[in-house]
Design a protein around this ligand. Structure first.
Ligand code: HEM
Length: 367
């Protein structure tokens, strides 16, 4: 009995009945934890979509590319800073929105898809992922794409779409029959695809708007919270006429050369949801008249090729959030977090071939 008491942290001499109640409670907690692990691992539901199955599907569709991200595989590191103008402080208590606060930022521009050596193409989705380092070890990590809505609403649809869009080896294009079947089963994706297709594609990474797409919640100092989406919007006009193309790394090389000439700036716009706006459906835009608050300026100052210890080794998990930013009910968020973690774990354990993107000499400092 004394040994048991010590094991469960009960004071010596505790009555046997109380001890049994405590043991039962501990048993319940252990069973609960084991159940959670089994659930997350997918052992309780063999047909369930697990992070491992999602990452297996990327590998099935793209082929093996050890050492690289399973999605957004081709990328270049960037660095800079975020200067808050104070306008975000009424929406979120996160320290980085305090008036005049400057926060160092490291990030990565990339092209969507699991092919690390694919030639740059104008219409390939471009991304910008950022890590803001706040005081006291807090961080905000976010990944954004240059499309105004996401093509799927649920993780299951994402998984199905990956296979439906797999290029047919005979034609190099997705099988139209499979794509039709996917669109018929997911009308929300067909609508989103039309919105994405109608977007203006700008010249490159430097003049792209990047949208966070998923909704989050901003929590203010008074405890009030509201659903938001965010985007970073470039300063100055977009160049809609693409530069001459033909080289495999055109887009990345042009961006590295641009930053080598001087910094580029974007504004972080936070859009607040109105009543009834969809917060758990990234395929649907919010009405254009929603309030958008310019909360500060992101300045990118330099690029560097992926290497040990820089953006290559960061997991831009969208659920790494500071106090003052919280997840919404969007089902993509937890799926993203789990899948990025699985991708990160696999690539971390593999040998790293060099990135296709060498970058260019840059004046900015990138660690
Ligand atoms: C269930 C849906 C999704 C899945 C399964 C998924 C999967 C992935 C995976 C596996 C990676 C590579 C992670 C790594 O190895 O570090 C990745 C990267 C990325 N994803 Fe997603 N994704 C999803 C939805 C989204 C959405 C909604 C966005 C919206 C913006 C997004 C933006 C990005 C970006 C920007 C990156 C590149 C991050 C970097 O440069 O490291 N993804 N995604």
């Amino acid at each position: 009995m004394a040994l048991l008491n010590t094991l469960i942290g009960a004071p010596p001499g505790m009555p046997a009945r109380t001890l049994l109640v405590r043991l039962a409670a501990i048993g319940a907690v252990l069973a609960g934890s084991a159940g959670t692990f089994a659930y997350v691992g997918g052992w309780l539901s063999p047909g369930a979509l697990t992070p491992a199955r999602v990452i297996d599907r990327f590998e099935e569709v793209n082929g093996p590319h050890p050492g690289f991200r399973r999605n957004h595989a081709k990328g270049l590191c960037v660095a800079g800073r975020f200067a808050s103008n104070g306008a975000g402080a009424r929406l979120s208590k996160a320290g980085l929105f305090a008036d005049g606060r400057e926060t160092p930022v490291e990030g990565r521009v990339a092209l969507a898809g699991g092919q690390p050596y694919a030639a740059d193409a104008e219409a390939t989705v471009r991304s910008l992922a950022l890590r803001f380092r706040l005081p006291d070890g807090e961080e905000w990590r976010t990944g954004m794409n240059n499309i105004p809505v996401f093509p799927v609403r649920t993780p299951e649809a994402f998984y199905e779409q990956l296979l439906a869009a797999k290029p047919d080896p005979a034609t190099g294009k997705p099988d139209p029959e499979r794509m039709r079947a996917f669109a018929a089963a997911h009308p929300e994706s067909a609508t989103a695809a039309a919105v994405i297709k109608a977007r203006t594609i700008t010249a490159g990474f430097a003049d792209s708007t990047y949208w966070g797409l998923n909704a989050f919640r901003f929590v203010a100092a008074d405890g009030s919270d509201r659903a938001v989406r965010w985007a970073v919007v470039p300063e100055g006009p977009a160049q809609t006429v693409p530069a001459a193309r033909g080289d495999r790394n055109d887009l990345f090389d042009a961006f590295a050369a641009t930053l080598a000439q001087g910094p580029r700036r974007w504004h972080l716009l936070v859009t607040v949801a109105g009543p009834g706006d969809p917060v758990a459906d990234a395929t649907r835009p919010w009405p254009a008249e929603r309030e958008s608050v310019d909360v500060g300026t992101l300045t990118l100052t330099g690029t560097a090729p992926e290497a040990a210890g820089n953006c290559r080794d960061i997991n831009f998990d969208p659920l790494v959030l500071p106090d003052g930013i919280a997840p919404s009910d969007d089902p993509l968020l937890s799926a993203r977090s789990a899948a990025y973690s699985r991708s990160f774990t696999r690539r971390s354990g593999e040998e790293k071939p060099p990135s296709a993107v060498a970058g260019a000499p840059s004046r900015g400092e990138v660690r």
